[in-house]
Design a protein around this ligand. Structure first.
Ligand code: FMN
Length: 331
């Protein structure tokens, strides 16, 4: 019985049809990629983290991150900031883009961000988390959600405290990436932390960490009783993880591996969506970082990767990938 783990979820005033979300991923979750994940069944997608300071300063590059794809009926914008003042100053620019959720980043481990007091630096100051969420909640009826980590390091596991601070401020959902800041993206995510937070929380709790397969998502949902999961690295080059997980949860059967041909057509669809937003040259350069993940693990992938680093047009990609499919038609 696994279908109990797939269900609609209410976040504040929003009712979402499913509980499989796409996490914010700086450098990856742009409009084109999010659109593909929505097609595969992501019930909510997050922008990559956006600087509240950049929005206030009217940076065009920053504002571009707030645009939603045509098929994104609901869309969350994730912000990083270090204070209430910065978040309030950015609010008018955010509201203009009509996001359905505003998410606060309390997990980014990058030194450049932490140095400013933002990202996971906020884990050290739950009272600032409280003040930011409260200030935003007082100014807008857009649900405010918060994404935290387990703690700064293994000696300062404080997810209960930071989640409490967020909820006291009015947060409508907490996502817990169950690693510490010191772990970065390595080591194992601690499912016990997600389970403990879910038991204690009055708002929906989403789990993040090590979700590379649909089986891992089922394991997280069943072991923690979390309200839902957020796919991150596991969705890169594999937007099918949403439909596969839905299939697994609803039928109890492990879905078959996505065939190469389907991967190639998804990649080209991704590229086309990207070209529609940027110009062909910029889109093709940017897609190099996604391409390797679409072909990962298949025979011949490393030779193809060497060719892809030189692809600079849609035609190049199509030729390289068709050759790859023809070389190993059985997979
Ligand atoms: C390249 C990369 C970029 C990320 N960018 C963000 C971000 O902008 N905001 C955020 O809250 N988390 C970010 N994360 C963290 C992910 O959302 C997620 O919590 C983390 O990768 C754990 O999930 P996973 O182990 O399944 O990948 C990023 C992670 C990676 C690897």
């Amino acid at each position: 019985m696994t279908e109990q783990y797939y269900h609609p979820i209410a976040i504040g005033r929003l009712l979402l049809p499913g509980n499989l979300f796409l996490a914010p991923l700086a450098g990856f979750t742009d409009q084109a990629f999010r659109s593909l994940c929505v097609d595969e069944g992501a019930a909510l997608t997050f922008s990559e983290m956006v600087s509240a300071e950049g929005l206030f300063r009217k940076s065009k590059k920053t504002e571009a991150l707030l645009a939603r794809a045509d098929n994104e009926k609901v869309f969350a914008v994730q912000l990083f900031m270090n204070s209430t003042e910065t978040s309030l100053r950015a609010l008018p620019a955010i509201i203009r883009h009509k996001p359905d959720i505003i998410d606060i980043n309390c997990g980014c481990p990058v030194p450049k961000v932490i140095k400013t007091g933002a990202g996971s630096a906020l884990l050290k100051s739950p009272e600032i988390i409280f003040r930011i969420v409260q200030a935003l909640s007082n100014e807008t009826d857009i649900p405010i959600t918060v994404k935290i980590r387990s703690g700064w390091n293994s000696d300062s596991i404080n997810f209960h405290e930071t989640a409490d601070a967020a909820c006291q401020g009015g947060a409508a959902m907490i996502t817990l990436h169950a690693r510490t800041r010191s772990q970065g993206y390595s080591g194992v995510a601690n499912l016990e932390h997600i389970k403990a937070l879910k038991q204690a929380s009055s708002v929906p709790v989403f789990g993040s960490g090590d979700l590379f397969t649909s089986e891992a998502a089922l394991c997280m949902l069943s072991e923690t009783e979390a309200d839902g999961v957020m796919f991150a690295r596991g969705a890169i080059g594999n937007p099918f993880i949403f439909s596969q997980t839905r299939h697994l949860l609803l039928t109890g059967n492990i879905p078959p591996e996505t065939p190469k041909k389907l991967r190639v057509s998804a990649f080209l669809n991704h590229l086309d969506k990207s070209i529609a937003v940027k110009n062909e040259n910029a889109a093709c350069r940017e897609m190099r970082k996604h391409a390797g993940s679409y072909i990962k693990g298949f025979p011949g992938a490393s030779q193809i990767r060497r060719k892809i680093v030189r692809a600079s047009s849609r035609e190049d990609y199509e030729a390289i990938l068709s050759e790859w499919v023809e070389l190993h038609p059985q997979t």
